[in-house]
Design a protein around this ligand. Structure first.
Ligand code: G1P
Length: 276
């Protein structure tokens, strides 16, 4: 529910899903996260109709998707969280979007869904290039041959390897599409890294079984913004505010003036009244 510009993070994720054609969204939450369920409650959540004035137009397409929620019942791992959606998926292919990351636009997820369909894959993942030292913070995929302009084959995946063990610098970027076969692989897992049921371990087992994996890299100009720690949340917030269609222009001017003032106090403090 952290705000990113004028929207909470979870809403930005929902809008990205809707733009990629997803119409039914299951929120996997916890007992301490009621605010998320309330937000999407058609009776209590925010909607354009509630907006008291135009500056509070959250632009949420309330009738564009149906929202459902389930509680995970403990921090048992990402694989376990995804397995909570087995019944909901109803034997169909489905998207997983991690709620602590947003994309700067819907295009990567749209490409992912298209590539998954085109290549009749069992698992498809948006990936991004990361620095050598950053591999230990992500799932890292081993890419195979190029499949087409936007996608690569994926032959293996490792959860948070050190730089020497990393099979590449392609990091899992928080958006996946799966065939329902995934659920049997999760059910067969023992706890992995951190004592948790790791989604990455289930994907690894699928690939080892010869199931088809596809990696879709972010293109230049596309970004995954992480809100999982204070520093990265700060960067994501600044980026979203500075690019906001309503507030961005004024804030860019303010920020430029503030930076000038902070590096040299001879510059005018932009928080002083203009007529002082
Ligand atoms: C999770 C996944 C990891 C992925 C990352 C992306 O890790 O386990 O493979 O690269 O999300 O945000 P977490 O950040 O939850 O530790």
């Amino acid at each position: 529910m952290l705000p990113l510009g004028a929207r909470p993070v979870i809403q930005a994720v929902a809008e990205e899903l809707i733009a990629a054609g997803v119409t039914d969204i299951l929120l996997v939450t916890a007992d301490t996260k009621r605010a998320i369920e309330d937000h999407f409650d058609p009776a209590g959540g925010l909607s354009p109709d509630d907006a008291p004035d135009e500056t509070r137009d959250y632009g949420f397409p309330t009738d564009a998707a149906h929202f459902y929620a389930i509680r995970q019942g403990g921090a048992l791992g990402l694989g376990h969280a995804v397995s909570c959606g087995e019944q909901f998926a109803g034997g169909e292919h489905f998207v997983v979007a991690l709620g602590d990351c947003i994309m700067t636009g819907p295009e990567p997820l749209q490409r992912l869904v298209e590539a998954h369909r085109r290549h009749q894959a069992d698992v498809s993942i948006v990936v991004q290039q990361v620095g050598r030292e950053a591999t230990k913070r992500y799932g890292i995929v081993a890419p195979g041959e190029r499949l087409d302009e936007t996608s690569l084959a994926m032959t293996d995946i490792v959860e948070k390897p050190g730089p020497d063990a990393a099979p590449s610098r392609y990091a899992v970027a928080a958006r996946y599409v799966f065939s329902p076969a995934l659920f049997d692989y999760i059910a067969a897992l023992e706890p992995g890294l951190g004592g948790e049921i790791q989604l990455t371990d289930a994907i690894r087992a699928m690939l080892a079984d010869g199931r088809k994996g596809v990696a879709v890299p972010l293109q230049p100009g596309e970004h995954r913004l992480d809100v999982g720690n204070i520093a990265s949340y700060g960067r994501a917030f600044i980026r979203m505010m500075l690019t906001d269609p309503n507030f961005g222009e004024g804030l860019r001017t303010y920020t430029a003036n503030l930076l000038a003032y902070l590096s040299d106090s001879n510059h005018r403090d932009p928080d002083l009244p203009t007529d002082s």
